[in-house]
Design a protein. Structure first.
Ligand code: GTQ
Length: 352
């Protein structure tokens, strides 16, 4: 940077002065200023990373026999970004991602916590989550919200292993020293029919009594994949040249993001045509619902196939392309809602 001034270093100061500062719990800002406020763009420790499902699945199945549900509560392997230190349990600086296994007949007991969470179903039939008494089935590709401080437990009525992806804002909540959980009694299922989804099954038409109701903060808790895919397929038919279909999951009462910190979207990559995402300030995690292809994230080439999961740091350049004969569907988690609330979310329009 041409106008970048070189600032004084800690070593330039007399050692006894620095020690005197330390003894008083003080530090000079100027040697740390460029670290705290780097010029032009953030310095991200988050590394472009891929977790192949072919690697994760066998380890998760092994956990199925090594860790009984009673000893685990949640049988999860966490997707840890090596750039952030894997013991910090972060896929990006703000996003936690786990892969959870539940076996037939098991129950992951009721609890609630300050981090907000979602489930995105990856494999198996018969799994469900109960949120505040409402039973939410989990079929492949379904998105289930378990918002902050809402009671939730998971069960399994099918016959094969069920695996889903968990995304939580845990790193954010941990960093503000606000993370904790409470254990609850087993749910009484008051709504076995996923009524929240029924209320909003058709855009623009809701049960009449909704007009006399107070707005709920989380009116829709389950977003079935079949609806999302149908919307992507319909949009993909009327794209401008070079465009791609990308839909956001929203709160149907506000039209805005459905959780306070994390945002969810899905996109469809056309066959044989690379797509460059607009560079933006949010970090993100991409999960491949189906198809295979190549992601290039800040110059790192990461070939992907079905059920693989990728992490991209803030401000990343991301190009995606399908390599097979089938279109690619991708589910995206980002921290744009938090960044918007902080007034720092930016989209950069330049293409490289
Ligand atoms: O299923 O409630 O991956 O509480 C981490 C924490 C899943 C869950 C995780 C959790 C859950």
């Amino acid at each position: 940077m041409s106008n970048e001034k070189t600032l004084g270093r800690l070593e330039d100061l007399p050692a006894d002065y620095v020690q005197g500062l330390r003894d008083r719990n003080l530090m000079p800002l100027w040697p740390a200023l460029r670290n705290a406020l780097p010029h032009e763009r953030p310095v991200a420790a988050t590394r472009p990373t891929i977790w192949h499902y072919a690697d994760v699945r066998p380890q998760l199945m092994a956990a199925g026999s090594l860790a009984p549900i009673e000893k685990a509560e949640r049988r999860v392997l966490v997707l840890c970004n090596p750039g952030l230190g894997i013991e910090t349990l972060r896929a990006t600086a703000s996003i936690y991602i786990g892969m959870q296994l539940i076996l037939p007949g098991e129950l992951a007991p009721n609890h609630r916590h300050t981090p907000s969470a979602i489930r995105f179903a990856v494999e198996g039939r018969g799994g469900y989550t109960v949120v505040n008494g409402e039973k939410l089935p989990m079929e492949k590709g379904d998105l289930i919200l378990t918002p902050a401080l809402n009671w939730h437990e998971h069960g399994h009525e099918g016959s094969d292993p069920v695996i889903w992806l968990d995304a939580l804002d845990l790193p954010i909540i941990t960093n503000i020293e606000a993370s904790y959980s409470v254990e609850g009694q087993r749910h009484v299922i008051e709504d076995p029919y996923n009524t929240s989804n029924l209320r909003f099954a058709r855009g623009g038409v809701v049960p009449y009594e909704m007009l006399n109701r107070q707005r709920a903060p989380y009116p829709l808790l389950r977003f079935p994949w079949c609806d999302v895919k149908a919307t992507l397929d319909a949009l993909a038919h009327r794209l401008p040249p070079g465009g791609f279909a990308h839909v956001a999951y929203v709160n149907p009462e506000t039209g805005r993001e459905c959780l306070p910190t994390l945002g969810f979207s899905a996109l469809k990559l056309p066959v044989g045509q690379p797509v460059e995402l607009l560079r933006q300030s949010a970090s993100m995690v991409l999960h491949v619902v189906s198809g295979e292809g190549l992601a290039v994230i800040d110059g790192h080439s990461l070939p992907f196939s079905e059920a693989d999961t990728l992490a991209a740091p803030t401000h990343a350049r991301i190009t995606l392309s399908s390599s097979g004969t089938e279109p690619v569907y991708i589910f995206v988690v980002d921290d744009a809602p938090l960044q918007r609330k902080l007034g720092i979310h930016q989209v950069f329009n330049e293409r490289s």
